[in-house]
Design a protein around this ligand. Structure first.
Ligand code: FDA
Length: 320
């Protein structure tokens, strides 16, 4: 109960333009930013991805920050930043995902505009895919936002996938509909990143207790590692810092004959990185979600909302 209230409060802080402006310009919050976000531009982000792979064997998913954007100039900036990342990746041979939120490429202004932007980004990614290592996916990862955009995100994903573009989809275990959505993606032989969900839903559409979300995560993982999924060429991505769920995933993978590399784990920069390194040491494929850019407050405060124990991070940054 407290955890849900805390998460709702942090989501409200993330959505407030005034708080966002204040926090992003206040020097006192720099520590918070540095914990969860990489510094610099697209070139710096790619350099960070190179260092993570070279030094720790960790792959990256690069995300230019900015969400729920309703100004055309900011949409253009976001699209340009995604393109800049893809250009900076050329010739590196890195296996990197480029993550995108629908609402950062114009969905709130005009869904057709967002669709056109995603198309262009996915095509640029495909054209540069010759550089990707043979064992790696080189894809546009669609992040999943609140329930109002789930249908649109899935439809866009499916449209891009039908055109043979390199695209993957995030699905959230807190939503009751996800079981059916996942089954559809398994039948398509797609790639799905399963997360618990960083939003709060009503009981009509969502599991609201942590234990229920976790139980649903297990059921969904069972499906992701089923014989049917294997036969369809499905690619499971389990994105969690929950060590019990990573252990469960590995158990299911072993039982179903999925070798490491035929699936992957994904975690966030700044959250439980020792767990990520331990999985790499045991031969698993692990990716870190590396956000960069100046619009860092909404993203970071949502991370705080995911874990009440992180309240001290917020307090520490505010009291200096
Ligand atoms: P859970 O919250 O149960 O935590 C397990 C343990 O991990 C905790 O006990 C704590 O020790 C540690 N931990 C977890 N979160 C922490 C944090 N923020 N700080 C410090 N420690 C923490 N959501 C969404 O709705 N749409 C999306 O597109 C994405 N995308 C995405 C990508 C990737 C790569 C990840 C890892 C996560 C997302 N998420 C997301 C967020 C996701 O839905 C979820 O809110 C968080 O991952 C937290 O849930 P966990 O499964 O990690 O475990």
């Amino acid at each position: 109960m407290f955890a849900r209230l805390w998460q709702s409060a942090m989501i409200a802080l993330a959505r407030s333009p005034r708080v966002t402006h204040f926090m992003q310009t206040a020097r006192i919050t720099a520590g918070l930013r540095d914990r969860f976000v990489a510094s610099g531009d697209a070139t710096d982000a790619v350099a960070r991805a190179q260092a993570l792979f070279r030094d720790q064997g960790l792959r990256s998913s690069l995300f230019y920050l900015g969400e729920y954007v309703d100004q055309p100039a900011l949409v253009d900036e976001n699209v340009a930043a995604k393109q800049a990342v893809i250009q900076a990746l050329r010739g590196t041979g890195l296996d990197v995902h480029v993550s995108v939120d629908m609402t950062q490429v114009g969905h709130l202004l005009d869904p057709a505009l967002a669709a056109r932007h995603l198309d262009t980004i996915a095509e640029t990614l495909r054209d540069g895919a010759a550089d990707a290592p043979p064992d790696g996916l080189h894809v546009l990862m669609l992040d999943m936002e609140d329930p109002s955009v789930v249908d649109a995100t899935i439809a866009l994903h499916d449209g891009l996938a039908d055109r043979g573009l390199p695209v993957a989809l995030t699905l959230q275990a807190y939503l009751k509909r996800t079981e059916a959505d996942l089954d559809a993606q398994i039948r398509r032989g797609g790639a799905v990143r399963l997360v618990k969900g960083a939003f709060v839903g009503t009981p009509a559409i969502a599991y609201t207790r942590r234990a229920d979300i976790k139980a649903n995560s297990r059921r969904l993982i069972d499906r992701m590692f089923s014989a049917e999924a294997r036969a369809a060429g499905f690619y499971p991505i389990v994105a969690t810092h929950d060590a019990r769920l990573t252990a469960y995933t590995r158990e299911r993978a072993r039982a179903g004959g999925w070798p490491p590399g035929s699936y992957e784990f994904e975690m966030l920069l700044g959250v439980r990185e020792p767990l990520a390194r331990a999985l790499v040491a045991e031969g698993e494929r692990v990716r870190l979600y590396v956000p960069f850019g100046r619009d860092w407050w909404p993203y970071s405060v949502r991370r705080i909302g995911e874990n009440p124990a992180n309240a001290w991070l917020l307090t520490r940054s505010l009291v200096g």
